[in-house]
Ligand binder design. Structure first.
Ligand code: PGA
Length: 249
């Protein structure tokens, strides 16, 4: 399977005109690239204003766990499916930190996304780099997020190792190495094998996220044997993001 490059624009840019400029420039820049599947997750309000193509698709940064009803301000997985999206980010650390998203909510969202046939990208990560504490946090997140999920459904979830200590806005100069990413990914695989079984765990696609750019992406994909990456800051500069995608050619 091709590596997945997922651009998480977070709460950027601040106008549809800018969003169109960035999206269209990336679309033109990666035209003809077949080595990777590239998906941009913009703020919800731009989803209808951007025109995806076969090599630049759209995804969502979040969703609610109900299909419809009295849930002011929320967007349902069914609505996202109606827009033709495939991927939805679930449980990003910034949602956990800024809006108090807890594992129980992440679990309900995962189930709701799977129920409508979309692919959830589950984000797992700890604030601390100290391995014992980091893995304790990640184990608790995996157990909580995946409670009651069936083995066939687990295979449809993409799990992202996103060490919070290496995300560009929080890291204060600390960048994860491919070896760190591999160690985190191995821990996720082992935990999934314990919670489900080894064969099922081996089928789960793993991504890495945290300060990925055009200079380090290759290391994360090749040395850490990741199935893809989640890119924040570097996806907001079209030249840099195009370069990052083209590194994989
Ligand atoms: P970053 O963000 O690439 O800016 O570190 C990654 C993420 O939070 O998804």
């Amino acid at each position: 399977m091709k590596p997945l490059i997922l651009a998480n624009w977070k709460m950027n840019p601040t106008s549809l005109a800018e969003a169109k400029r960035l999206f269209n420039s990336v679309k033109a820049g990666i035209k003809g690239v077949k080595a990777a599947e590239v998906v941009v997750c913009p703020p919800f309000c731009y989803l209808l204003g951007l025109s995806p193509s076969s090599n630049l698709k759209l995804g969502a940064q979040n969703c609610f766990w109900e299909e419809k009803g009295a849930f002011t301000g929320e967007i349902s997985p069914l609505m996202l499916k109606g827009l033709g999206l495939q991927y939805v980010l679930i449980g990003h650390s910034e949602r956990r930190r800024n809006v108090g998203e807890i594992d129980e909510m992440v679990n309900k969202k995962l189930k709701a996304v799977l129920a409508v046939g979309l692919k959830p990208i589950l984000c797992i990560g700890s604030k601390t780099r100290e391995f014992k504490k980091e893995t304790k946090d990640m184990k608790a997140q995996l157990e909580g997020a995946l409670f009651g999920i069936s083995k066939p459904d687990l295979k449809k979830i993409l799990v992202t190792y996103e060490p919070v200590w290496a995300i560009s806005t929080t890291r204060g100069g600390v960048v994860a190495t491919p070896a760190d990413a591999k160690r985190g990914a191995n821990f996720i695989k082992i935990t999934l094998a314990k919670l489900f079984d080894k064969a099922t765990a081996n089928k789960v696609r793993l991504l890495y996220g945290g300060s990925v750019d055009s200079t380090n992406i290759q290391g994360f994909i090749e040395k850490s044997q990741m199935d893809g990456v989640l890119v924040g800051g570097a996806s907001l500069k079209s030249g840099e993001f195009i370069k990052l995608v083209k590194t994989l050619i």
